[in-house]
Ligand binder design. Structure first.
Ligand code: PLP
Length: 348
């Protein structure tokens, strides 16, 4: 087992901070009988003249039921980007600490490391199956390694990271393991949320931007021990989730059956797209996908990418990513969009 000790990895300045207490923290009950003259808001009701709930309790109570986790173990951010940035700021000392991430993976981890002056160490995935190479990961760990980022299902490769691999890392690493599950709703494997109680060094992040279909409202979600969430709550901007976002999230999450329906439709479409891609002459490889996108290897990614753009279809060229030479990433669209893509592939 590891020697994880949350207290020892919190930045000293963060540990010394007391949470900023906003007007809405000090008096939480929004009660129509009260007169609120505490936050310098405009008193004329237009539906949005009041500050939003800083702890987003209505959103969290729905998520708590959906995901079977205590509301106190949930932190919401302005997209996953803010959630991930808060983790860097809470635990990584600039110009001193480092983090490790698998590669290729989601580009924001590197951007946020740079922004926070934290060294970013890449551990290449195995070329054979896009799984992490455990010994390579640990060869990069030193006393200043605070976090390891694992994205599962991984973007851009599409595959889930095997539970055994994640366990090996979680059990041995003394810092935090961040499991980014932006695409977990498309996978057949279960989320790691259910394991948080067993592994206090695990942080799971999810988002409403993909399967739930709300990329426009910017809502990222973190699940972790209450101790970790408390640290992050202390440093987050008080009103980081705006009222419109909270209301829309509640509306859509309250009708989760619809989300599951569209997810299933996307999965059916993915299957159809995979089948159709096998018949395209220049497609050399279709990687297995547990997400809502498909990574393919083609004869010449730059050429095929540009040909598609000329026909008005934009996919993602991953040619410059590690292990992704001549690879293109295709998001699964509607049936009509996917058919258009295949027709176009056949003519170029
Ligand atoms: C799309 C994506 C996200 C979502 O980020 P948001 O800021 O919540 O929109 C997070 N992680 C990965 C790996 C992604 O691909």
């Amino acid at each position: 087992m590891n020697n994880f000790n949350l207290d020892s990895i919190i930045r000293p300045n963060v540990k010394a901070m007391k949470a900023y207490s906003s007007a809405r923290d000090e008096f939480q009950e929004i009660n129509d009988d009260f007169i609120f003259l505490d936050a310098n808001e405009n008193p004329f009701n237009n539906g949005l003249n009041r500050y939003p709930d800083p702890l987003q309790r209505n959103v969290k109570s729905i998520l708590s039921k959906l995901k079977n986790v205590a509301a106190e173990q949930i932190l919401l951010g302005n997209g996953s980007d803010e959630v991930l940035d808060l983790i860097f700021r809470a635990f990584c000392e600039p110009n001193q600490d480092n983090v490790i991430a698998i590669s290729p993976s989601y580009g924001m981890y590197h951007v946020l490391a740079n922004l926070n002056a934290v060294e970013y160490r890449k551990s290449l995935l195995s070329e054979a199956d896009f799984q992490p190479k455990i010994e390579d990961v640990f060869s990069k760990v030193d006393d200043h390694t605070k976090m390891i980022f694992l994205c599962s299902p991984n973007n851009p490769t599409g595959e889930i990271i095997k539970k055994e691999s994640i366990l090996k890392i979680v059990n041995r690493f003394n810092g935090l393991v961040i499991i980014d599950e932006a695409y977990i709703d498309f996978a057949t494997e279960p989320s790691w949320i259910g394991e948080i109680k067993n592994y206090p060094n695990v942080i799971v992040t999810q988002t409403l931007s993909k399967a739930v279909g709300l990329a426009g409202i910017r809502l990222g979600i973190l699940y972790a021990s209450q101790e970790i969430v408390d640290v992050l709550n202390k440093i987050k901007p008080p009103y980081n989730i705006n009222q419109l976002t909270q209301l829309k999230a509640i509306e859509i999450l309250n009708n989760y059956r619809k989300v599951i329906e569209t997810t299933n439709t996307i999965l059916q479409q993915k299957q159809a797209l995979e089948n159709a891609l096998t018949e395209i002459s220049f497609v050399e490889k279709i990687y297995p996908s547990d997400a809502n996108f498909i990574l393919i290897k083609v004869d010449n990614a730059n050429k095929r990418y540009n040909q598609l753009v000329e026909k008005g279809i934009v996919i993602r060229n991953r040619n410059n990513d590690d292990l992704c030479k001549n690879c293109l990433r295709i998001t699964v669209g509607t049936e009509v969009e996917n058919q258009k893509l295949i027709q176009t592939f056949k003519t170029i």
